[in-house]
Design a protein. Structure first.
Length: 268
């Protein structure tokens, strides 16, 4: 089921086979760009499964909300693992939204909604939510916007409701990717002396998808084929936990980590 959100950009209808092909290439690009991404996603699905089972003792149909659901891959995996739950996938990027709507159509228990994590209207429209998942998306928010979101989620989740945050976050306030001068990992000069293009599978994916005729309107609506910018002022895992505790979550825990990738859980 696909539900349009007020003010959301309408996305084009894609043939399912075309959408599935681009989603598969998106998954490959993301797996190359993000350390241990598949194992991190598996940890998220396992945690959500446990929390949905707990929520089922309190309500007839537990609701799982995924913020920044991308192409809907994690939402579909979650729905397959938790068949009694309602899984709402929220995405504001027109291209990813179009792919999610095409590939989630007919997936039992999954609803795709157009909207941004920074807009609270979707939270009020849901009326009830037991589990909120944010996987690989909150690093795009300013710390001040993140604090606002955490406060809104703390107010919306019921007692024992849980927020699951999966992202790259350091174990201390010193960024994991901080390097000594002159030892960066950027590409060097090419054979002809010109700077070599960076090996960035995510950027290459956006350039390729911009050439799909059915997605031309969506690419235009998002402002071109440039990937979302990653912020430099990222919070560390301890900083996330401190902010969550300050804003109304009674317990926080780092439930999984592999290098810079981590999964945090925060319970009301």
């Amino acid at each position: 089921m696909s539900t349009p959100a007020p003010g959301a950009v309408a996305s084009p209808l894609l043939a399912p086979q075309v959408a599935r092909s681009w989603v598969a290439s998106w998954e490959r690009a993301q797996d190359l760009a993000v350390a241990a991404r598949q194992r991190r996603s598996a940890a998220v699905v396992e945690l959500v499964d446990r929390e949905v089972a707990r929520a089922a003792t309190r309500c007839a149909v537990p609701v799982v909300l995924e913020l920044g659901a991308g192409t809907g891959s994690l939402a579909r995996r979650t729905a397959q693992r938790t068949p009694g739950a309602r899984v709402v996938a929220l995405e504001d990027d027109p291209v990813l939204l179009a792919l999610a709507r095409a590939t989630c159509a007919g997936s039992p228990g999954v609803e795709v909604v157009g909207g941004s994590p920074e807009g609270a209207g979707w939270l009020e429209a849901l009326g009830h939510v037991d589990v909120v998942v944010a996987s690989g998306v909150l690093h795009r928010l300013r710390p001040s916007a993140l604090a606002v979101l955490y406060r809104e989620l703390a107010a919306a989740l019921p007692a024992r409701g849980v927020l699951v945050v999966a992202d790259e976050m350091s174990t201390s306030t010193r960024p994991d990717n901080e390097q000594d001068p002159g030892t960066g990992t950027g590409a060097g000069a090419g054979a002809d002396g010109e700077p070599a293009e960076p090996a960035d599978p995510a950027s290459a994916w956006w350039q390729d998808v911009a050439r799909v005729p059915e997605l031309a309107r969506a690419v235009l609506a998002r402002g071109g084929a440039v990937p979302p910018r990653r912020r430099d002022d990222l919070l560390s895992a301890p900083e996330h936990r401190r902010v969550l505790a300050d804003l109304g979550f009674s317990r926080t825990e780092e439930v999984w980590r592999s290098g810079p990738s981590a999964v945090l859980a925060a319970w009301r």
